[in-house]
Write a protein that binds this ligand. Structure first.
Ligand SMILES: *Cc1c(COP(=O)(O)O)cnc(C)c1O
Length: 393
């Protein structure tokens, strides 16, 4: 079905930060398949793990013990401070698990008949009906009504709005929020936002559920973005960068959230199968062993500094921001064509946030010289584009 606006390019293979199209042209990949290929393309550790596992066993069933799944669960809980994990195959599925967990927590623990979850304006949580209903984007929801009920919307990065809902709505059981909003344009909240949400959730016995589908797996400069805040959520979801391209999603829980889902209450045929878990284990171990969280921090700062220097005093630029390798250049006017123009110049990025935010999510393995090339190419492109635009006005 025609569900995507695709650029006219097809890639034949990749290596590290580079993609090669079917005509032999090469492109610097500053998008990583939307935060998926954090280790770049064809990473040997991941390739090896997939090949080895594929030759042994790809799938059994969650009817049986899956040692690879247990190994991955152990690794993830150890890194995150969480207690247990449910595996699915995507970000949306990880969030579905979180939403179901919160509702069951509401019924069983808080004795609430119609449990509601606070979600944010401009949030993105996925495209399934429940996650679409949680998503704060009317354009994405339009035509798919009736939406799933049980979500209450609040402005992002607004603690007072949450407190107002707490005072008026006795049905709230959880907050679901992205530590950094990705799809709506790399929106970074106040430094203590998550700490404040943690305190409100504690006060009201709500679950704090963080959607780290995009911000997780080292991208923000910590394995999970909440680790910058020194807090633990009750639930955290992740996907994208976890499999480096092999579909896998995870919903982790701890404390009062850890025992809510029990045998028979949730499931997934493929979820956590040996192949996906072998790939994800290689990814997680590489991120930790190669210190790629630290790398995301230093490379991210370097790229931001580079853009601030190159685009100093440039018109058309509203903001240059980022955390780790979640990077954005916000334009003062819509410039969606920049994704096409960048492709022509041999750089892959994406424009989101209503066509105004150039989003870059480079591999955590990008080299310094590749990063310099990225900054130079994109800065030049924006300056030429801005000049052309002001001429035609
Ligand atoms: C991409 C994304 C999702 C959805 O993940 P899928 O794998 O496409 O289902 C959910 N939440 C956030 C924050 C995302 O960036």
């Amino acid at each position: 079905m025609n569900t995507y606006n695709r650029l006219s390019v097809a890639f034949e293979h990749g290596e590290g930060s580079w993609l090669f199209d079917t005509d032999g042209n090469k492109y610097l990949d500053a998008l990583s398949g939307i935060a998926v290929c954090g280790l770049g393309h064809a990473h040997p550790a991941v390739t090896h793990a997939i090949c080895e596992q594929a030759g042994k066993l790809m799938h059994t069933s969650n009817l049986y013990t899956i040692p690879r799944q247990q190994e991955l669960a152990q690794r993830l809980t150890q890194i995150s401070g969480m207690e247990n994990v449910f595996f699915g195959n995507s970000g949306a599925e990880a969030n579905e698990a979180a939403i179901k967990l919160a509702r069951r927590y509401g019924h069983q623990v808080l004795n609430i008949e119609n449990p509601s979850i606070i979600v944010m304006e401009n949030a993105f949580h996925g495209r399934t009906l429940a996650t679409l209903s949680a998503t704060g984007n009317r354009a994405a929801q339009a035509g798919f009504e009736p939406l799933v009920s049980g979500f209450v919307r609040a402005p992002y990065d607004d603690v007072d709005a949450i407190k107002a809902i707490a005072a008026n709505n006795p049905n709230i059981v959880a907050i679901l929020v992205e530590p950094i909003q990705g799809e709506s344009g790399i929106r970074i909240p106040a430094d203590d936002y998550l700490n404040q949400l943690r305190a409100i959730c504690d006060e009201h016995n709500w679950l704090l559920m963080l959607d780290e589908v995009q911000s997780g797996n080292g991208r923000s400069g910590q394995y999970f973005a909440y680790q910058h805040n020194g807090i633990l959520p009750d639930v955290v979801t992740t996907a994208k960068g976890l499999g480096n391209g092999v579909p896998i999603g995870a919903c982790l829980a701890q404390g009062k959230a850890a025992g809510i889902l029990v045998p028979g209450s949730h499931g997934s045929t493929y979820g956590g199968n040996p192949l996906a878990c072998a790939a994800a284990l290689a990814v997680v171990n590489t991120i930790v062993d190669d210190k790629l969280c630290e790398r995301a921090t230093t490379l991210g700062s370097k790229i931001l500094e580079g853009f601030r220097e190159e685009l100093k005093g440039a018109t058309y630029i509203k903001d240059i921001r980022g955390k780790g390798l979640l990077l954005a250049i916000e334009l003062s006017e819509a410039g969606a064509e920049l994704a096409v123009l960048a492709k022509v110049k041999g750089v892959l990025l994406n424009v989101t946030g209503g066509g105004k935010v150039i989003r870059m999510l480079p591999p955590l393995t990008m080299t310094d010289s590749e990063a310099e090339l990225l900054v130079k190419t994109v800065s030049r492109l924006i300056k030429v584009y801005a000049a052309d635009e002001s001429e035609t006005q």
